[in-house]
Design a protein around this ligand. Sequence first.
Ligand code: AMP
Ligand code: MG
Length: 412
Amino acid sequence: MLMPVEDAQRQILSHVKAHGRVEQRPLTEAQDCLLAQTAEAADDIPPFSNTSMDGYAVRAQDVRGAGQEPVVLDVLGTVRAGHPSEETLKAGECFKIMTGAPVPAGADAVVPVEWTEALDSAHVRILRAVEPGAHLRFQGEDMRKGRAVLQAGTLLTPPMLGVLATLGLSRVKVAAPPRVAILSTGDELRDPDMPLEPGTIRNSNSYALFGAIRAAGGQPVLYPTAPDEPEAIRALFTKAAGECDLVVSSGGVSVGDYDFVKPVIESLGKLSLWRVNLKPGKPLAFGQVLGVPILGLPGNPVSALVTFELFVRPAIRTMLGDSRWQRPKLRLALASDFTEVTDRRQYVRCRLILDQGHLKLWPHTNQGSAVQTSWQDVDALMIIPENTGPYRAGDEVDALVLSTTHIHSQSS
Ligand code: AMP
Ligand code: MG
């Protein structure tokens, strides 16, 4: 019996800890980081009551009857954003006021300019009544002085960067990205700018993993490709484990005569897991070298990225201190047939398409573990339990949603 994916995830994460390192970053470098401090409001936000509309600051009681009988008010002047007025409104008076400007003393409402007629520079006719508080944004209604606005662990999305700026913080403490080593193994691998001799292929995994590590919140560290020789692999694993928080290799973990990753992990440390019930990606290996967790991903480019998604990304999130690494699992209808039945659980690259407002799964037709184009426009991995199927268009299945990036490009 092969180990179920969830058991393998649990076992791997039981050996991975939040590293707890923090670093200071300017807001311009903090996007997608996890905040590692509380962010308190040193002042009320907004810091002063102000108007949400261009119009006239009035005393609501002066314009109570304006709906039936327009009211004419004296205009004392104009209050602009950034320029508070010193004067206090008295009965029958108003100020012209611009969005964001402080509400002058005595005023308790704003009449939008669309509900008025300027008679001359000193008089305005008000055509509608307003309630006290109308079109005002009150001091402290968004954030209260002295309160914690954001907690440690908050994911810094663009709006949260705006919140931090509003709080007057130009630099914040964030969880430092774990350093993640990338080691690709294989005699046949050549880097993208090297010529291809007969029998060689490009090393694509190192670059795909580089992007995947960064997207997961890690700091990728690229090592040279190792040939299929135990000594070379041992030397690189030792160096990487000494320099990084997590080591991710690709290739050389299967049952071939030149697959040396497993014996090397065993000789340097401990191999705690090998082979998981999934397709693609069965020969995944996990262990420790010099106390550093190491994930040996299969070499096939699709298998490497599927196992990255299922095992490496959760490890990186856990190291960052983020326990919310699970992707949302949605039950969605298939947009086309999926007929392959196997004795392993399948993770199938799918596009999410919009069919009259309903999300549906469109599985790529060639799901071969070396077919890199099967990732194109993929937003979801559909989960097909072992020994089930064939599935037909309209059948509902579980899917892990990785993103929604590509939905727009195929909307109906
Ligand atoms: P392996 O797991 O070493 O048996 O490799 C399985 C398949 O993946 C073989 O066809 C390898 O040539 C290919 N492969 C291994 N590593 C890489 C890599 N870094 N980039 C692209 N293909 C690879
Ligand atoms: Mg190999």
